[in-house]
Design a protein around this ligand. Structure first.
Ligand code: PMP
Length: 307
């Protein structure tokens, strides 16, 4: 198979091999983390011989919002964005599960951390990706000693490069202490999210998830889970969640483009529920995988076919 580095990416208006899409070391975004990005997935469906990008318009809109917060402007309209994504996937003949990274960045080479009067650049590239974390085994997690940044520090509503220093600190701490993933508390001590995923708790058949005001990223998978829960008649409550509810809930799972829907077996050495995937999580997980893999015709409006 062709090395994915040889496949095309979108690079400031041109389509060039990914290996040639390089930035100057002085780039503002590299020096000051003045960038915003997206993370989308496309799933290959063998039966339909097609690749489907999941919720592309929602990812576009979140990037537009992130750009606004960082005083940047998305150079492409939603139709141009969709066309660019489809073109790199089609021309690259991607016939496998794929992760897409649109990246909007300050491309000036000037000194000074600021947002205004700095020219923007825009890149979209694709890489192969199956599981980011195991979705079947039950993840072990810890509450991080790092607190999630708040909206008044580095806006968490925006998916900004700078915010991921906070994520990297928590993720490495968790992994180096033998866990699979970290769970952040917010500055008020409430449960927030994972290093790169939202979180849901199940209590007596009801889904609970931290509200937007708990400094979470407004996850597109989170929104998907909430919609699916509605269809499956599972009630959902968005409310501030206390740390110890992580120890007493019946089921807990992460949601995210990378993580998909992955169940949590352990938090801070406490087994969640009976230590097995719970019925609500299993139901949501199955519904999610069916939809992203194009096996549920009710949700085809969330899928953009590539071929
Ligand atoms: N929170 C953070 C910090 C993330 O990086 C991600 C991944 N984008 C998520 C939540 C989940 O968001 P989404 O479902 O849109 O991928």
């Amino acid at each position: 198979m062709q090395n994915f580095d040889e496949k095309p990416c979108y690079f400031n208006g041109n389509y060039i091999p990914l290996k040639d899409a390089n930035l100057n070391v002085r780039t503002h975004a590299l020096q000051y983390a003045t960038a915003a990005f997206g993370g989308m997935r496309a799933y290959y469906n063998d039966d339909k011989n097609n690749l489907f990008v999941f919720r592309i318009e929602d990812h576009y809109q979140r990037l537009v919002n992130s750009a606004k917060i960082l005083q940047m402007k998305m150079p492409l309209t939603v139709d141009e964005f969709r066309a660019a994504v489809v073109k790199i996937l089609r021309d690259g003949n991607w016939r496998q599960n794929t992760y897409l990274r649109p990246f909007l960045y300050k491309k000036s080479l000037e000194l000074s951390p600021r947002l205004h009067n700095v020219e923007d650049g825009f890149i979209i590239y694709a890489i192969p990706l199956d599981d980011y974390l195991d979705t079947q085994k039950g993840l072990t997690t810890c509450v991080s000693s790092w607190v999630r940044i708040s909206d008044t520090q580095i806006p968490t509503r925006a998916k900004t490069t700078g915010a991921y220093t906070n994520s990297a600190l928590a993720k490495s701490e968790a992994l180096q202490n033998g866990f699979d993933e970290a769970i952040f508390l917010d500055t008020h001590g409430n449960v927030c999210e994972g290093s790169a995923e939202n979180i849901f708790l199940v209590q007596n058949g009801v889904l609970h998830t931290p509200p937007i005001s708990s400094s979470i990223l407004e996850g597109i998978t989170r929104k998907t889970v909430i919609a699916l829960a509605g269809d499956l008649q599972i009630p959902v409550v968005e409310r501030p969640i206390s740390r110890t509810e992580l120890y007493t809930s019946d089921e807990i799972f992460f949601s995210g483009t990378g993580v998909q829907v992955a169940w949590i077996r352990e938090v801070d050495h406490r087994i969640v529920g009976n230590g097995k995937i719970g019925p609500v999580t299993a139901q949501i997980q199955k519904a999610y995988f069916d939809i992203v893999n194009g096996k549920n015709d009710q949700y085809t409006n969330w899928l953009t076919p590539v071929f």
